[in-house]
Design a protein around this ligand. Structure first.
Ligand code: PLP
Length: 394
């Protein structure tokens, strides 16, 4: 027998498993609203034109070689990814394997070098968060975030839970476009969160997976993080270029640890290298080169912001189409949260049974918590989804 004979079959990933099930379904009307990746109106993946242009420039540059990057990645990429408002070099930025890898490296660093092991994550949150932090050696607790009755923010609960957390605890914050709820604090609420966190010395760990993708504007979507940078305090930020540059499979992201002073940041960076070297040695070169090519050139950068806004706008228009389609069917319930929520997802409020019904009867695939990816919708598929939701709730 095999030495691995007693290995048990693991369950599919709850999010990626939706696509596995979708791929097996032969129905011509099937729709995949599970995956968090942008699709065009034709339902196709999109490579941004600006990314194609940057890749052309890279291919044509024969001086480019395939040498290893440093442990910390491409220096220019790191510099361009960090917030220019951070003065005096008080930030350590390392290129990591997209958002997930940035979160993991940050978590490993904290488990090794930070005095408080508890990280508070919002309830609910992206399903990978508790796993990433637990495996890195942190202890995961939750704070109240979403209120199912209003389908909005439970701001009072959030403040109470952060206030009751131990001094120095780490707090995971979604920089914008909270996944899965699509519910973000207002700028005024962010300011209150900041004041509370700073007074309790809670350490912010921002997950920025959707900058620019939420509102269509990079600066507007960075407001939360910038409030915490502007007060001179410390924080971590995990950035992903998967969604906002459509570089999903290139795995390009950055971890920034903003420190009080440059000498601290230098020592922090030296320790980040000790985390990364035995994990994957150094990051891949291609994706980071694409990003650096775009960020360093004003014209390419501007083209990126236009294409980014077009993606965000298509998602927002899908929100309005779906909302109108439910209204015109007279579907019971208040569906205004579909147009109020922000970013890639709508947290529909549909329960597990209703989701199962929609998958079985309408071949609509989504996560069992009722989250749908608005980016997976098109004007062709909205009526089908509206029919399915209508049938599920009546
Ligand atoms: N954080 C959140 C909230 C996400 O939704 C995602 C992707 O779905 C990620 C992080 C990480 O994505 P990636 O590792 O592809 O950059």
């Amino acid at each position: 027998g095999s030495v691995f004979g007693n290995v048990v079959q693991a369950p599919e990933d709850p999010i990626l498993g939706v696509t596995v099930a979708y791929n097996k379904d032969p129905s011509p009307v099937k729709v995949n609203l599970g995956v968090g990746a942008y699709r065009t109106e034709e339902g196709k993946p999109l490579v941004l034109n600006v990314v194609r242009r940057a890749e052309q420039l890279l291919v044509n540059d024969l001086s480019r070689v395939k040498e290893y990057l440093p442990i910390t990645g491409l220096a220019e990429f790191n510099k361009l990814s960090a917030n220019p408002a951070i003065q005096e070099n008080r930030v350590a930025t390392v290129q990591c394997l997209s958002g997930t890898g940035s979160l993991r490296v940050g978590a490993e660093f904290l488990a090794k070098h930070y005095h408080e092991r508890t990280i508070y994550i919002p309830l609910p949150t992206w399903g990978n968060h508790p796993k990433v932090f637990t495996l890195a050696g942190l202890s995961v607790k939750t704070y109240r975030y979403y209120d199912p009755t209003t389908r909005g923010l439970n701001f009072q609960g959030l403040l109470e839970d952060l206030n009751a957390s131990p001094t120095g605890a780490i707090v995971l914050l979604h920089a914008c476009a909270h996944n899965p709820t699509g519910v973000d604090p207002t700028v005024e609420q962010w300011e209150q969160i900041r004041q509370l966190m700073r007074s309790k010395e809670l350490l912010p760990f921002f997950d920025s997976a959707y900058q620019g993708f939420a509102s269509g504007n990079l600066d507007a979507d960075a407001q939360s993080v910038r409030l915490f940078v502007a007060d001179g305090g410390e924080l971590l930020a995990a950035q992903s270029y998967a969604k906002n540059m459509g570089l999903y499979g290139e795995r390009v992201g950055a971890l920034s640890i903003v420190c009080r002073a440059a000498d601290v940041a230098g020592r922090v960076e030296s320790q980040l290298k000790l985390v990364i070297r035995p994990m994957y040695s150094n990051p891949p070169i291609h994706g980071a080169s694409i990003v650096a090519t775009i960020l360093r050139d004003r014209e390419l950068y501007n083209e990126w912001t236009v294409e980014l806004k077009a993606m965000a706008d298509r998602i927002i228009s899908m929100r309005h189409l779906l909302y109108d389609a439910l209204r015109s069917r007279g579907t019971p319930g208040d569906w205004s949260h579909i147009i109020k929520q922000i970013g890639m997802f709508t947290f529909t409020g549909l329960n597990t049974e209703q989701v199962a019904f929609m998958t079985r009867e309408y071949h609509i695939y989504m996560t069992s918590d009722g989250r749908i990816s608005m980016a997976g919708l098109s004007s062709r598929t909205v009526p089908h989804l509206a029919d399915a939701i209508h049938a599920a709730v009546t």
